[in-house]
Design a protein around this ligand. Structure first.
Ligand code: HEC
Ligand code: HEC
Length: 282
């Protein structure tokens, strides 16, 4: 079932997981408003598993249904709020996003599928949040938005939605190679009082139950995600933070170096899946 080494921790850890009749067998294909979403794809070469699978596959039929129609997807309410934001003039330059990007958010079709990626001009790894704040600070003369807060998550959702259905295609070589390696290391490093790594749950045990929850591969092709649990959009860094807290580890900073590296690495594990943002999960 998993590749844990022997010891006391193993017994404790094994007790956490239970085999499950996974939801995978009676699964229907995911299509949203006529756009087909790839929820299973051959795994990238660097992985030991054969297949990468969207978290959607592991949810209940009821939760799955909420993502199949934008009228039922509560995440779309926040996308509407971001459209208002897109058109709002703010900052010392007297500009809105709309005043420069006259083609609308549609201009960014394909962008989300490649993020995070290297920004040559800025000389750093760029997430969607980074682009939004670059625009606000440099082009609008406005305050940067706080990561993992409603306004930021909504704007990330609006821009990500433009790539829905497109295959995730995150580069892992060239200038990001070292950061990717750091992310991989973090993914396999055991932390916290439960002494567990991301991989122990999301690679070794997907399809198994942990307490009352069916474990997925912990993909991020679907972020931001509307969670029924907290009734709002959640960023990938907020999710990483939650998973680290659950294993009683001190989470890294949202927007910080470690979570950026982890986002790059986890995003690349989903290469070949479709962008699903904004998705719905429990
Ligand atoms: C004053 C004009 C101006 C305003 C206002 C502006 N942008 Fe931009 N935006 C640009 C220019 C020029 C570029 C390309 C150069 C760059 O990436 O720095 C760009 C690039 C981008 C990119 C990266 C696109 C890519 O494919 O690399 C995103 C995303 C983006 N803008 C989103 C926004 C959002 C969201 C807002 C509002 C918060 C906004 N922009 C406001 C001019 C503007
Ligand atoms: C003790 C087990 C456990 C560990 C360790 C763990 N997670 Fe999770 N994670 C969960 C559970 C349970 C869920 C909710 C069900 C699911 O989607 O798997 C979840 C969900 C997620 C999701 C949301 C997936 C989606 O479809 O929306 C992501 C992303 C994620 N985890 C990433 C991570 C990362 C990165 C790490 C390491 C820092 C990590 N997790 C460590 C248990 C764990």
């Amino acid at each position: 079932m998993n590749k844990l080494t022997l010891g006391v921790t193993v017994a404790a850890t094994m007790a956490l997981f239970a085999g499950a009749a996974s939801a995978e067998s009676d699964m229907m294909p995911l299509s949203i408003d006529g756009v087909n979403i790839v929820t299973r794809a051959p795994a990238p070469d660097f992985l030991d598993i054969d297949e990468v699978i969207s978290g959607w596959v592991f949810r209940t039929v009821e939760t799955q249904a909420l993502q199949m129609d934008d009228f039922d997807n509560p995440g779309m309410i926040f996308v509407d709020q971001a459209i208002d934001d897109w058109n709002t003039v703010e900052g010392t330059a007297g500009e809105s996003c709309a005043s420069c990007h006259t083609g609308g958010p549609e201009e960014f079709a394909g962008l989300r599928a490649e993020l995070p990626r290297w920004n040559e001009e800025q000389g750093s790894l760029y997430t969607m949040e980074d682009y939004i704040n670059l625009m606000r600070v440099e082009y609008m003369g406005a305050e940067p938005l706080k990561w993992a807060k409603p306004r930021m998550d909504a704007m990330v959702a609006l821009l990500s939605l433009q790539s829905r259905g497109m295959p995730v295609n995150v580069a892992i070589d060239g200038p990001v190679a070292e950061i990717w390696e750091q992310g991989r290391e973090l993914y396999y490093t055991r932390v916290g009082q439960l002494d567990m790594a991301c991989a122990n749950c999301h690679e070794d045990n997907y399809g198994n139950m942990i307490r009352a929850d069916l474990l997925s591969q912990g993909q991020v092709n679907n972020f931001p995600v509307y969670r029924l649990k907290n009734a709002k959009l959640n960023s990938s860094h907020a999710r990483f933070k939650g998973c680290m807290s659950n294993i009683r580890a001190e989470p890294y900073a949202v927007g910080g170096e470690e979570f950026r590296a982890l986002e790059l690495y986890v995003a690349s594990r989903g290469n070949g899946l479709s962008v699903e943002s904004p998705s719905v999960r429990n």
